[in-house]
Design a protein around this ligand. Structure first.
Ligand code: U2F
Length: 570
């Protein structure tokens, strides 16, 4: 059956259960954004010109909302607890539904078991019938539950799973044996999934798929109205919990800010107890989401104190015409030095409260400054007060952008029929054993590009001819190496460059070449002329660097405002 775009979101609301504050929040959000979603779906439908692909049977199991995993989120929805995850799940539901797929939504272990077809009363046994779903969207909690209740069937079907994973999972942490051997083992990682099966909230590392969420888009009239209604002296503080007012060193910059602006907050408080915010702050209390947006429409500045990390609110603020001012982290926060990230399966260095805002948006919308430097902080505020900014929303965070991306993933990502088996353990390139084929890559002074004469597999996605091979500097990961060339690292292309002759083509002298398991390979240790190829395809990784090596990096182009897709990727 062909998937057909849907034109009504009401039936989706029926699929989402009741009885939890988190579910009500998600439904309210879906209802509120319905018109935006429907307009976006119509635009994408026209763009695809009937190339919609097959309808999939999809199970959406939101593990963190199940009682069995403790469901600590639902009771905090109206008390200033995290909402980012619910924002994202609501948007995933809306997108999958509008794209025309057939959905089942579960938020308890019992519903999960009955939908999977786990025989009642029997623990951990293989399923008796074939799995009735083409795809399962879940999270780490849900993954654990599926593993516990599907027996051997879990291994068989795990290629159909997509794991919504806010902060991302890097390949080194995902590979069980390697993670255990090399100290990358964490509470979450080591599932041996294909790293692209993990889907993140922001495009953190291209090793994972970027899922994202949406923010409201404004039409021309609304943009005009917002611009004329802005109160230029009004600042809103980022954070719904009183704890953010306890963050270190905030007195100094708050008193500076207070010289120039009226400070507003949306911090939760109990009516019996006085709000725990300084007296000069106008605290509105936690607002319903659409009222929070209205507040942002009036404000000039949205200011972060350093927590929460990487949430949706700064994008909403920027989309509503605010400037986002945030702290630079020096040194960057990471799982090595910060409690919040400890145990998360990533080595990513978080350079500010919101690195996406810093790197992908930047000035004039985003100012990332050193809050310990009063002069820098004050100068930023003065400049911000003098600058006019327009509302801005990157395409990838619009409804159309999210629909386009999810559509592409569903049509092209297939982790069940993987291409090449792992290469042999000995230092002998697989290319030497197979009949000689024309080289896919050709030199171009500083890097390699796809040869015009090379065969192109029409089913390969992304299309291989967008590949460029660059050699990293020792201090850079492939993520950074590609970024500096206006490109993005594309892990699916590692297989094209994991070959001995690629070193030759880049004029690298290899006194020896070995296949080993290392997430930094293929790479060269230049001073000793030793070259290394990757033995384990699951360890191909855009993330990671070590001054000892220069890495071979597969880069590709991307669409303006849609980093997940290459120019020819739709
Ligand atoms: C992030 O979670 P948070 O929920 O703390 O993220 P926020 O950026 O604060 O925004 C979540 C939503 O809360 C809404 C706002 C955002 O869409 O519209 N909101 C609201 O409804 N009422 C208000 O008064 C103020 C905001 C992140 F998303 C999580 O993944 C992390 O776990 C967490 C910790 O770093 O931060």
């Amino acid at each position: 059956v062909q998937a057909a775009f849907r034109s009504d979101l009401a039936p989706l609301l029926e699929l989402v259960g009741t009885g939890k504050e988190s579910l009500s929040f998600m439904k309210k959000r879906i209802r509120h954004l319905a018109q935006q979603w429907l307009r976006a779906a119509r635009r994408l439908e026209q763009k695809l010109k009937g190339r919609q692909g097959d309808q999939k049977h999809i199970l959406i199991h939101i593990g963190f909302l199940t009682e069995e995993s403790g469901d600590v989120f639902s009771p905090r929805v109206l008390k200033g607890g995290p909402l980012g995850e619910m924002v994202q799940w609501a948007d995933i539901l809306a997108a999958l539904f509008l794209l025309g797929h057939s959905l089942k939504v579960t938020v308890s272990l019992k519903e999960l078991q009955s939908n999977l077809g786990v025989p009642p009363g029997r623990g951990n046994c293989p399923l008796t019938n074939p799995l009735p779903f083409d795809l399962i969207y879940t999270d780490y909690h849900g993954l654990q539950q599926m593993k516990q209740h599907m027996g051997l069937s879990f291994k068989k079907y795990r290629c159909r799973v997509r794991v919504i994973d806010t902060f991302g999972t890097e390949p080194a942490y995902n590979h069980e044996e390697y993670a255990t051997l090399r100290g990358f083992r964490t509470n979450w990682g080591y599932w041996n999934l294909h790293p692209s099966q993990f889907m993140t909230m922001f495009p953190h590392t291209p090793d994972n798929s970027f899922m994202g969420f949406v923010s409201e888009e404004l039409n021309q009239t609304e943009r005009q109205r917002i611009k004329s209604n802005k109160v230029s002296s009004m600042a809103v503080v980022y954070g719904k919990e009183a704890s953010i007012w306890k963050l270190q060193g905030k007195e100094k910059f708050l008193s500076i800010l207070n010289k120039y602006m009226e400070i507003h907050g949306t911090v939760y408080y109990e009516t019996q107890r006085p709000p725990e915010v300084p007296a000069f702050v106008k605290n509105h209390g936690l607002l319903p989401q659409h009222e929070f947006q209205q507040l942002l429409r009036k404000a000039k500045l949205f200011i972060g104190f350093g927590f929460p990390y990487e949430g949706p609110a700064p994008l909403e603020a920027i989309a509503n015409g605010c400037v986002f001012l945030q702290a630079r982290f020096n040194p960057p926060h990471s799982s090595l030095n910060h409690e919040f990230f400890r145990g998360k399966p990533t080595s990513r260095e978080v350079s500010s409260q919101h690195p996406y805002a810093e790197d992908f948006i930047g000035k004039p919308h985003v100012w990332t400054v050193d809050y310990n430097n009063s002069e820098e902080f004050e100068a930023a505020i003065k400049t911000i007060l003098r600058t006019q900014v327009d509302p801005y929303l990157p395409y990838e965070y619009t409804c159309e952008g999210m629909l386009e991306r999810i559509h592409a993933y569903i049509q092209h990502q297939d982790f069940c029929t993987m291409p090449s088996p792992p290469p042999p353990a000995k230092a002998q390139s697989p290319a030497m054993q197979s009949p000689p084929s024309p080289l896919a890559l050709s030199p171009n002074a500083t890097h390699l590009v796809w040869s015009p004469s090379a065969r192109r597999d029409p089913r390969a996605w992304p299309p291989a001819d967008s590949l460029q091979v660059w050699l990293s500097e020792g201090q850079h990961a492939c993520t950074e190496t590609c970024r500096r060339r206006g490109l993005v690292c594309e892990p699916t292309f590692f297989r094209f460059l994991n070959k001995k002759e690629v070193f030759l083509q880049l004029s690298i002298t290899c006194d020896s070449t070995e296949y080993e398991m290392n997430h930094l390979y293929p790479a060269v240790a230049e001073n000793v002329h030793e070259c290394y190829l990757q033995k384990e395809p699951l360890l191909f990784s855009c993330a990671g660097h070590n001054t000892k090596y220069r890495r071979l990096c597969p880069c590709r182009d991307y669409r303006e405002g849609q980093v997940a897709l290459c120019r020819d990727c739709l």
